[in-house]
Design a protein around this ligand. Sequence first.
Ligand code: ATP
Length: 452
Amino acid sequence: MTASSMEELVSLCKRRGFIFQSNDIYGGIKGLYDYGPMGVELKNNLKQAWWKSMIYERDDIEGLDASILSAPVVLQQSGHEDTFTDPLVDCKNCKSRWRADQLSDKKCPECKSDNLTEPRPFNLMFKTAIGPVDDGSSFAYLRPETCQQIFTNFKNIIDSTSRVVPFGIAQIGKAFRNEITPRNFIFRVREFEQMELEFFVKPGSDEEWHKYWVEKRIKWWESQGVNKKNLHTVDVDKSELSHYSKATVDIMYDFPHGKEELEGIANRTDFDLGSHTKNQKDFDIAANVKKNEHSTTKLGVQNLEEKTSFIPYVIEPSAGVDRGVLAILNEAFTNEEIANGNSRIVLKLKPHLSPIKAAVIPLKKNNDQIVEKAKKIKTQLQNLGLGRVMLENSGNIGKNYRRHDEIGTPICVTVDFETLEDDSVTIRDRDSMNQERVLIKDLNQFYQKYFH
Ligand code: ATP
């Protein structure tokens, strides 16, 4: 089941501490959101799952965590200074601004006037001053995608790890885009996170690898609990390809506001490494790479058989963390009928994504013996290292169950008077709501089963 509207998700996110409007107490800033106590856990768990699937479960990908502030020359060479733009129009009537390609009827969405300016390119990159003098002479860009520093570190990584193609470099981190019309909650924001892999391959094998990564990435989203029927692929039309791309497949998801891009998988050819390399004439590179007079480093690799060097092609699966969180919340959101004509909201998250892995609830909050026992159980489960275990102390068991259903906690462990006599606890399963008695000595095993 999914949410019936975006409002339903926004309301749950605020009520239960997943996501808040940023700068809320001052009226908020459009296009910025903060992740609360539950949101930060969910987001970290999603990023961890991606990292695990890219780095730990494979043997051909290295990790990187590079700087956000980027030298202008990097984004000149990457083509972003010239082409990273959206078409901007002004409404002459109410003075609002819009992205021309998002206006379906060529009218201002605010006042419905058709008195709009001609579209003009608006560069989406944020700039900031570097150093103590802000006279415009020394500035950096906040990176609009995480991958450029993967390309600029390509030689460092090859030299320090002895990698040969095919191999990849993966990174998770913030990216910034001055979107003209941020909207749809965390779907289109100005500060967001990306999970990007740059997978370097021999030219000629690129199309096969492109297909491979499209399939892999769809399977991964499914393994995070996204229903196959809500995922779609679209071959981006040639006329809409980014300047660096030979072919792009977008993975689209049925978000509450409509079908839109969750992840893009591009064949970036040798455009980026070619544009950042020294002595470009030594290589047989694509015609559209930017001429480079600044780079200090050759970014080619050896072809051992032919004793030549070449610039690898790169396949890039680029996923948005925030769009991923939104898709996963939507997929998990369930409003279901339970006994006696009642209903409940429950987040049926995959346990590895749940913000809280188990809640330990002492039945009586004023009974020292029960509370002590509950604390011990919390520590016991916490030490298994599967994520946050929460000790509840509000005492109202019904309220606790409701709250943990809504944040997607797989199990609640209740400690009561019987526990003091026979060392057993009641476990309530989130999805079935079944309750069963388990001995504390069997608890670790019982709990760990949820994560396999
Ligand atoms: P869109 O067409 O929706 O603007 P894009 O094609 O510009 O997206 P890419 O440059 O391919 O996006 O970026 C890769 C991924 O980064 C996207 O698939 C998306 O998940 C995420 N992303 C891009 N822009 C934003 C944004 N403004 N807010 C949240 N996530 C974003």
